[in-house]
Ligand binder design. Sequence first.
Ligand SMILES: Cc1ncc(COP(=O)(O)O)c(C=O)c1O
Length: 392
Amino acid sequence: MVNSVKTFLKQVGKDYQNQSVNPPVVRASTIIFKTLQDIKKTQSNYKKNPLSKNFDYGRKGTSTTFALQELLRKIENAYQVYLTPTGFGAVFLGVISVVRPGDEIIITDSVYSPTRFLTEDYLKKFNIKAVFYDPKNLDDLKKKITNKTKLIFVENPGSNTFEFQDLKKILSFAKNKNIYTAIDNTWGTPYLIKPLDLGFDMSIVSATKYYSGHSDVMGGSLAIKKRLFKEVELSQKAVGLRLSPDDAYLIMRGLRTLDIRLDKHQENTIKVANFLSKQKKVKEVFYPIKKNIKQYKMWKKYYSGSSGLMGVKIISKNKNSVIKFLNKLKLFAHGYSWGGFESLALYQDKLALGNRSYTKLSNNEHIIRLHIGLEDPNDLIADIKQAIKSIR
Ligand SMILES: Cc1ncc(COP(=O)(O)O)c(C=O)c1O
């Protein structure tokens, strides 16, 4: 990329042919051709260059989805990017492309809980075994590698407890063995870290979050290195996942301001995290603000900034008073997902944390997840201040 990503996101996709700044929404199931030879030509172009516009049927995309694919291919420095109807669809596509019966996958213990369900429960039916490692102890990961390990799946930072890991160390474990590496990079996006440049084979982002940025669309992207192209291309063909052109358009529109929104999410979240870290009932803030801790060093080593999702560990013998605190917040709605312009809060009970092995919580410890939006941070802090008094 010649220009910085900030310039690229504003300039990309201009359509002089249609005289529009943005590529138009092209909706199509049937893709039409003037002659039968034209269909054959498209198909033979694909055989010669598999990255060409391979549309002979709507499931393979239209010029709108192609424009988004191209944009993401560039910011991820990827060989190819696959667009999926949800972020979880991208997790599924990435995982099933590489594992086979008898294989083992090693996964971050604090992984997004549906990813845990996919690998630990669902894939068991296909004789694929999932093994979870402690994200705070990478020697644990190293010990779990066997000659059956096919994939190391990292989520960085982990969901809800936000552990930042030494990514190069993880990659060094996979090197020179027949082990693929994948990362769920939804928290950072390629604006803050480029996993494929570090050496990961796959980088997964839920476009539902910061790419779209407006809490009104779902999508996902799986960016891959060339060595996985054949496998993922085959799986994509077999499962038929497709992002609709309307959703692709909205995601591309969101991406225009990804940099500006993420910079502001970071600024606001640092303020809120600093405020929270001084509160009596707060035992720990899961956000990279404390320079003396290992987590901060790992974040600093790999990321150019931070986003708006954080965790807070609250100490209270009275769970109801923690729930009351959350219910008293006026500017934070309660709901799943994150990455939009607005603030959100959730109480993360055992179900939301998933069936973890390494997150130990005593009865008086509670984890809440906050997404800090683009509101005035002073208003958010004032809101938390009036509500946090409820905790006993
Ligand atoms: C870290 C992470 N990865 C993947 C996903 C799945 O994305 P989607 O909701 O678009 O399926 C989520 C959703 O919350 C997430 O938090």
